[in-house]
Design a protein around this ligand. Structure first.
Ligand SMILES: [Zn+2]
Ligand SMILES: [Zn+2]
Length: 343
């Protein structure tokens, strides 16, 4: 038997005993060593009537661990290999998959989600996963760092898809884990100026440390005015929206330069309202971003080489403290940015 954190209701968990899963053909059994709590684990319990994180589910899609045992027909992996899990299951057969857009698979789903399928995730001691979901962890990358693959991949995918050029101005709205990593990646990508918008002084200080040239506390300053001052009244080539409510999307659209791009990552709300004129009359592109495609290897390489820092934004807690971890994040009292649970 193994320990598992099981969803009882919105932000309610119980640690239960569950059978250790059997790896099926083509699967490996992974001993989970770290599992992150994602923003989608938070709003997935309340938005959409909570369908994304239903009671009975073991959540957790940001995970890393050690291969315990191989199922039938698995090649190229050995027990003891350290791995980071790609939570995006893809079929490999549909049209998007055949184009290589595995993040857009028509039959895809995510581990630890109950939206498209009720598939248990990694907030437990063992998980059986298809071998194609495995990424080898470089020796220098810790398990808690390896568990960041999903959200760092997401941030990197947003920057890649913006096709930004050297010297572009980036506005990053939202200073959660994804926003803070997007700032680091934008800087590495040759951003000429980075402006971060947030509401937490602690996170804004981190944003500055990671390379933001100007940070804006949006409750104390008029973010749009400051962005326009900082960009000679023109706006930014790239805006990364990493919050997902109407106000922040409205700001994103208005903060973009003529022909600028808004990379849409945030989805705290299911529906948003944006002013349409600044979008149309300045030919701003609003580009949806989900998951990642080719970014897994670069993410792990860049963490291994110290180019992306996730350690400073991660708080490690034992799995048994899952309830407390959610209370810390939802209550916003403690200055936690990202929690990695250790089973
Ligand atoms: Zn996630
Ligand atoms: Zn597919």
């Amino acid at each position: 038997m193994m320990k598992a954190a099981v969803v009882q209701g919105a932000f309610q968990f119980a640690i239960e005993e569950r059978p250790i899963p059997e790896p099926q053909s083509g699967e490996v059994l992974v001993r989970i060593m770290a599992v992150g709590i994602c923003g989608s684990d938070i709003h997935g319990m309340t938005e959409d009537g909570g369908v994304r994180r239903r009671p009975g589910l073991i959540m957790g899609h940001e995970a890393a661990g050690v291969i315990e045992r191989l199922g039938e027909g698995v090649e190229g992996w050995r027990p003891g290999d350290r791995v980071a899990l790609d939570p995006q299951w893809s079929c490999g057969q549909c049209e998007p998959c055949r184009h290589g857009w595995l993040n857009l698979c028509e039959n895809g789903f995510i581990f630890g989600s109950s939206k498209l399928k009720f598939t248990h995730g990694a907030m437990c001691e063992y998980l059986a996963v298809p071998q194609k979901q495995l990424n080898l962890l470089p020796d220098q990358v810790t398990f808690a760092e390896g568990a960041s693959l999903d959200y760092v991949g997401n941030a990197m995918h947003a920057v890649n898809e913006s096709q930004s050029r050297f010297g572009d101005t980036f506005v990053v709205i939202g200073t959660g884990a994804i926003g803070l990593v997007a700032i680091q990646i934008a800087r590495l990508r040759g951003a000429g100026k980075i402006i971060a918008v947030g509401t937490s002084p602690h996170k804004l200080a981190m944003a500055k440390k990671f390379g933001a040239d100007r940070v804006i506390h949006s409750r104390e300053e008029n973010a749009l005015e400051v962005i326009m001052e900082e960009t000679d009244g023109k706006g930014a080539e790239v805006v990364i929206e990493a919050v997902g409510v109407s106000d922040t999307y409205a700001l994103a659209v208005q903060a973009a330069k003529r022909r600028g791009k808004v990379m849409a990552l945030g989805f705290a709300s299911n529906e948003i309202t944006i002013p349409v004129q600044p979008l149309l009359f300045r030919e701003v592109s609003l580009i949806g971003i989900t998951g990642y495609v080719f970014e897994a290897a670069p993410v792990l390489k860049m963490i291994a080489n110290g180019k992306i820092d996730v350690k400073s934004i991660t708080t490690e807690l034992p799995l048994e403290e899952v309830q407390k971890a959610f209370e810390m994040i939802v209550g916003k009292k403690n200055e936690v940015i990202k929690v990695a649970l250790i089973p």
